[in-house]
Design a protein around this ligand. Structure first.
Ligand code: DGL
Length: 272
C-alpha cells in the first residue's frame, strides 16, 4: 500500500491556468507529490468542441498513467465540464474535476438562490455547473456569462489594470443587475483576478473559487480511499510537463507559485 500513497497526483490543464489548482493542492495537501501537465501547444480548450476536448484529455490521461500517478485532477474547467464524465469511465484511477466541488460550495453559499457563473464559452454552454447546482436545489437560478477576454488579460499579467476592470464591468454588470449573491470563478485563470473582481462586485456577493474547493475535495477523496500521503515533506516533489516551449509556462509558474520552478519538460502529447 505504501507505494500507492507515495505516488504523485496527476494534474492537467489546457495550459498554465491549472497552476492555480496545483497551487491550492500544494498549500492544502503539502505532502502530496504532483505531476502537472499543461497542454500549451493546444490551448485554448474554451473555444473547442466536446469531441476535441475529449480526444485531448484522453491523450493526457494516457501520458499521466506513464508517470504512475495515483489519482488525476482535471484542473481545467472546460475539460471538467466536457470530458471528465467520459474519460473517468475509461480508467480505474480516481479522478476529480473542478466543477462539482465549486458548484456544491456555491449551493451552500447562496442565500437568495441567485448564482452567477463566469467561465469560458464552452464551460458556460455545457450547462454542467447549472445541472450540478439544480440537482442539489432546483430552486436556484444560475446566470452564466462567458468571459473569453479574461484568459489573455491574465496571461498578459494585467491583473489590476484599468482595461481589465473595464472589461470585467462589461461582463459582470448584467449579472449584478440580476441581483446575484454568489459568483463562481469557473475558469482556471479567474482566481488571479480575485481582488479586482471583489472590488467590483462588493461585499454583497461571495466569490467561490473552484480551485480551492477542489484541493479540499481531493484531500477528502484520497483520505476515503486510504491513499492520502502523510507527514513526509520533500524538498520539491513537483514535476511540470508541457506540449510546447517551456519559457512562457515557466515564467507564469514562477509568478504564481511559492516555489521557483527550475525545469519544465516538453513532451509530444499527440504520441500518447
Ligand atoms: N483552462 C481553461 C478553463 O479553465 C481556460 C483556458 C482555455 O480556454 O483553455 O476553462
Amino acid at each position: 500500500m505504501k507505494q500507492i500513497k507515495d505516488a504523485p497526483i496527476g494534474v492537467f490543464d489546457s495550459g498554465v491556468g491549472g497552476l492555480t489548482v496545483a497551487r491550492e493542492i500544494m498549500r492544502n495537501l503539502p505532502y502530496e507529490k504532483i505531476v502537472y501537465f499543461g497542454d500549451t501547444a493546444r490551448v485554448p480548450y474554451g473555444s473547442k468542441s466536446k469531441e476535441t476536448i475529449i480526444r485531448y484529455s484522453r491523450q493526457i490521461v494516457r501520458f499521466l498513467k506513464t508517470q504512475e500517478v495515483k489519482a488525476i485532477v482535471v484542473a481545467c474547467n472546460t475539460a471538467s465540464a466536457l470530458a471528465l464524465e467520459t474519460i473517468s469511465k475509461e480508467t480505474d484511477l480516481p479522478m476529480i474535476g473542478v466543477v462539482e466541488p465549486g458548484a456544491k460550495v456555491a449551493v451552500e453559499t447562496t442565500r437568495n438562490k441567485k448564482i452567477g457563473l463566469i467561465g469560458t464559452r464552452a464551460t458556460v454552454k455545457s450547462g454542467l455547473y447549472q445541472r450540478v447546482i439544480q440537482k442539489e436545489d432546483p430552486q436556484i437560478q444560475v446566470i452564466g456569462q462567458p468571459c473569453p477576454l479574461f484568459v489573455p488579460l491574465v496571461e498578459e499579467g494585467w491583473l489590476k489594470d484599468e482595461i481589465t476592470l473595464e472589461v470585467a464591468k462589461r461582463y459582470l454588470d448584467p449579472l449584478l443587475a440580476q441581483d446575484i449573491d454568489t459568483l463562481i470563478l469557473g475558469c482556471t485563470h479567474y482566481p488571479l483576478l480575485r481582488s479586482l473582481l471583489k472590488g467590483l462586485v462588493g461585499d454583497q456577493v461571495t466569490l467561490v473559487n473552484p480551485a480551492y474547493e477542489t484541493a479540499l475535495a481531493l484531500g477528502r477523496m484520497l483520505e476515503d480511499k486510504g491513499i492520502l500521503r502523510e507527514g513526509k515533506e520533500e524538498e520539491f516533489p513537483y514535476r511540470f510537463f508541457v506540449s510546447d516551449e517551456e519559457e512562457h509556462f515557466q515564467q507564469f509558474a514562477n509568478s504564481i507559485l511559492p516555489y521557483d520552478v527550475k525545469t519544465t519538460e516538453q513532451i509530444r502529447i499527440e504520441e500518447y
